[in-house]
Ligand binder design. Structure first.
Ligand code: SF4
Length: 449
């Protein structure tokens, strides 16, 4: 039985795509290889969001080619966003690669792998590339490879993005916005629950703008209709979604917090900047004040909300006062956590033409550090307040840092580690928080149910 090793770079969407590809290959008789050294097929599912991510995948592939000395028939392939962006040019840039498969062709991977393998085994390797558009590709990602006792799963509800933010390569790599039908997603989640899943995270680049072409019903957008139908699935305990866009945070969706009990009290809402001038240049379609108003409304509907965000520092032309506006917005919102990115230009985006206005790396780094310190300070203060409180967690498995402990996540999406036993796996439990590092909480095993 041939074996496959699949390495994934980048976001949860990529993890989900990799899972689908692995399932396809397993259905064709491939088994997962324990390491790349013993695999007959090695695939890198790539990310394009930053230049660094592309360079990493290219370096990795460069090293993998050395495995051919021992096994000349090993098939090497690039999948995903970088494959989509660079396309067949990868044949020139990375000699010896057999396959390049773009983001709308994941469903073709196993057939192409098989073709490439036969060619290699026959001593006549061929370069195969498929990166075109594919009608219906948004519905192709629907099979799962679940590990034993897995209780959470990602569900892809849409692909692509029509927003064209100036810094973002996603509309190029993932194509136009395409949503799956509600009924198909509900069926997939029902199947997952039947297989033991208790929490789903709905995935989409602008997930809350899901189904813009599906008619609004009783004042409810397609996304809200979807959430309501998922709420009704017996055995499903929790629903999350990522990543929403502030423009999709309309009253019908905000009203779901508190009303739909399975919807977790967590929102990851990228703000990107607190400066209206920069937000306009980015083409984000909202002002700082509009963002603040959304936060206020969601918090009013859901006082327990855990709120996290993405921020870019050092966008071309970002002045000290633009940065100060971002810093102030962050102080004002008081996020629970956030990802701070130092801007780096992506070829093929509008912002990449702003070379003259580029911000020195040193300044980007200072701004990055300042926001990280702000987040950390507030996380420590909030952590102290949490000690002694109860948290509802879904127990996911052993802790990554200590296999004798278990870990789960609170409804606010905070990791909680505790000393439990086998029988707690997959359970929803109340745990009393005894300590916290700021971003990870520790629970008291004494009060476990
Ligand atoms: S909304 Fe998100 S995915 Fe779409 S272009 Fe903007 S940053 Fe990229």
């Amino acid at each position: 039985m041939p074996s496959v090793f699949l390495k994934t770079y980048g976001c949860q969407m990529n993890e989900r795509d990799s899972e689908q590809v692995l399932r396809q290959l397993q259905d064709r008789g491939y088994r997962p290889a324990a390491s790349e050294k013993e695999a007959d097929v090695i695939l890198l599912n790539t990310c394009s969001v930053r230049d660094l991510a592309e360079q990493k995948a290219l370096r990795k592939m460069g090293n993998l080619r050395a495995l051919r000395k021992k096994n000349p028939a090993v098939v090497l392939g690039f999948l995903g966003c970088m494959a989509q962006r660079r396309g067949p040019s990868l044949e020139k840039d990375m000699k010896g690669v057999d396959l390049v498969v773009g983001t709308q062709k994941f469903h073709r991977v196993s057939a192409l792998v098989e073709e490439a393998r036969q060619a290699r085994l026959g001593g006549r390797p061929r370069f195969l590339s498929e990166v075109g558009d594919e009608e219906g590709s948004e519905s192709a990602i629907r099979d799962h490879v679940l590990s034993p006792r897995q209780v959470t799963a990602f569900v892809s509800v849409m692909q692509g993005c029509d927003m064209h933010c100036s810094f973002c390569i996603v509309p190029t790599t993932r194509g136009k916005e395409r949503s799956r039908p509600i009924i198909e997603i509900v069926e997939e989640v029902r199947r997952l629950v039947g297989d033991g899943i208790r929490e789903v995270t709905l995935l989409g680049q602008i997930v809350n703008l899901y189904g813009r072409r599906i008619p609004v019903k009783d004042g409810k957008s397609a996304f809200v209709q979807l959430l309501e139908q998922l709420e009704e699935i017996p055995g499903l305990d929790r629903i999350r979604f990522t990543s929403p866009h502030p423009r999709g945070m309309k009253p019908d969706l905000i009203g779901c917090y508190g009303r739909l009990h399975k919807l977790c009290e967590h929102l990851h809402l990228p703000v990107q900047s607190g400066s209206d001038r920069i937000l306009k240049q980015m083409g984000r379609g909202y002002t700082a004040e509009q963002y603040l108003r959304i936060v206020e409304q969601v918090r009013r509907a859901c006082p327990e909300l855990g709120l996290t965000t993405d921020v870019i520092v050092g966008y071309p032309g970002e002045t000290d006062s633009d940065f100060e506006a971002t810093r102030q917005l962050m102080e004002q919102v008081d996020f629970d956590n956030g990802f701070i990115f130092r801007y780096s230009p992506r070829e093929g985006t509008r912002a990449a033409h702003e070379k003259a206005n580029e911000i020195p790396e040193k300044v980007k780094e200072e701004r990055n550090q300042e926001l990280l310190r702000l987040l950390d300070r507030r996380a420590q203060e909030k952590a102290r307040q949490r000690v002694g409180s109860l948290a509802e967690i879904l127990v996911e498995g052993p802790s990554r840092t200590n296999a004798n402990r278990l870990t789960g996540r609170s409804r606010q999406n905070r990791p909680v580690v505790f000393e439990g036993s086998e029988r707690h796996l997959g359970q929803v439990l109340q745990v009393r928080i005894t300590e916290s590092t700021g971003f990870t909480d520790y629970g008291d095993p004494a009060i476990l149910g």
